[in-house]
Design a protein around this ligand. Structure first.
Ligand SMILES: O=P(O)(O)O[C@H]1O[C@H](CO)[C@@H](O)[C@H]1O
Ligand SMILES: O=c1cc[nH]c(=O)[nH]1
Length: 239
């Protein structure tokens, strides 16, 4: 069996999947962290690999950018490939001045300015996309053990990277730590299929202060995020 966007055979994808937006970050994780990694997907250059980490079978699959693209991969993985856990490993822009470039954010919640979440329900319902508590607690405990600088809290997943109409001060007042572009979809689809998801984000730039990182760092850096996601994944990996 394959799907329109994944050419893996059944059994080739692990039950726990790391999901960066960037396909080259997926390749970087496979090349640098996984043992015996085998590429199972190249459709649309959204690379997917399965290998082992600390003896557990783990996959890494890029989602592309944006809620629509991420929704396709989350649905195909959860619904057709029997995946149980998706851990997004993404970059994000900081909104809160308590959060700095290269800090980690564990996305407890994921607001959105899109209609994506609304479309699951009757108009009067405002569903709250949230992280899986066990994944979140495990990642936070591991980040403490490792001494990583991290924040846990609410985030926003937006439809436009370039949007100067968003009132970031007001979002910060309401405790929104950072902005990215996929988690409302991944969290909602995890809920739809009774599965589990967590976003572990690295701050690549600061929307308010203007701090930033290089595109090379965004593609291949951020090793703390990758290590934290993998160590979280092995605690949930079924095989
Ligand atoms: O670094 P990734 O995981 O792609 O995530 C962030 O980077 C992209 C925008 O540059 C969006 O996909 C956003 O969510
Ligand atoms: O989606 C994103 C990712 C990084 N930085 C941003 O400002 N937005």
């Amino acid at each position: 069996m394959t799907t329109p966007h994944l050419e893996a055979e059944m059994g080739q994808i692990a039950d726990t999947v790391l999901m960066p937006g960037d396909p080259l970050r997926a390749k970087f994780i496979a090349d640098n962290f996984l043992e015996d990694a085998v590429q199972y997907n190249g459709v649309r250059a959204e690379y997917g690999f399965t290998g082992t980490y600390k003896g557990k079978k783990i996959s890494v699959q890029s989602s592309g950018m944006g809620l629509s693209s991420a929704s396709i991969y989350a649905t195909e993985l959860f619904k057709f490939y029997g995946v149980n856990n998706i851990i997004r490993v993404g970059t994000a822009g900081a909104i809160s001045t308590d959060v700095h470039v290269r800090d980690l954010v564990l996305a407890e919640g994921s607001c959105t300015n899109t209609r994506f979440v609304h479309n699951f329900f009757d108009p009067e319902i405002e569903f709250s996309p949230i992280a899986d508590f066990n994944l979140l607690r495990t990642a936070a405990d591991l980040a403490d053990e490792k001494g990583f600088t991290y924040h846990v809290g609410n985030t926003i997943g937006v439809d436009r990277f370039y949007n100067d109409r968003i009132d970031n001060d007001r979002l910060a007042q309401f405790g929104i730590l950072a902005t990215e572009m996929e988690l409302p979809a991944i969290y909602s689809i995890a809920a739809e299929y009774h599965k589990h998801a967590l976003g572990i984000l690295t701050i690549s730039d600061h929307i308010v202060t203007g701090e930033s990182t290089t595109s090379d760092e965004r593609q291949t850096g951020f090793k703390q995020m990758m290590e934290l996601a993998l160590d979280t994944a092995v605690k949930f990996a079924g095989e």
